[in-house]
Write a new protein. Structure first.
Length: 132
């Protein structure tokens, strides 16, 4: 009994720590680093959902994802990939409004993946991979 309680506490602490770390990375003072953190989060979410990056260019991969997922934000993955490239390669900061959009898109997509998962996968999603 005590071992199970300890394991549950460790999982909860680990989850809280990972969620806070992700939130801090997305809210980084540099909008570019925040956008890159959002993009990494999206990559982890799509991989968890069975759509891992197949080594395509980010834009080609995004087009494939936009075709695969039927989202309200049509073309959202392509927009996210373009923002990632801007954040990665441009000397200019990504506008704050774009970072906010990307964070919202990632959050919305995470909720979609979580909601469409069976209960056992939700537990893995939330407590093992710490994706929500």
């Amino acid at each position: 009994g005590g071992v199970l309680l300890l394991a549950a506490l460790v999982l909860c602490f680990r989850r809280r720590s990972a969620v806070l770390k992700r939130r801090e990375a997305i809210a980084d003072p540099s909008p570019n680093r925040g956008v890159l953190a959002c993009y990494r989060y999206l990559q982890r979410l799509t991989a968890f959902d069975g759509q891992p990056d197949k080594g395509y260019s980010p834009l080609d991969y995004a087009r494939e994802l936009d075709g695969y997922y039927d989202l309200a934000d049509d073309g959202g993955f392509l927009r996210a990939a373009k923002l990632m490239e801007q954040a990665e390669f441009s000397e200019h900061p990504v506008p704050e409004a774009e970072r906010r959009w990307m964070a919202g898109f990632a959050r919305s997509f995470a909720k979609r993946v979580y909601g469409a998962s069976p209960i056992w996968k939700k537990l893995i999603f939330k407590y093992i991979h710490n994706l929500l």
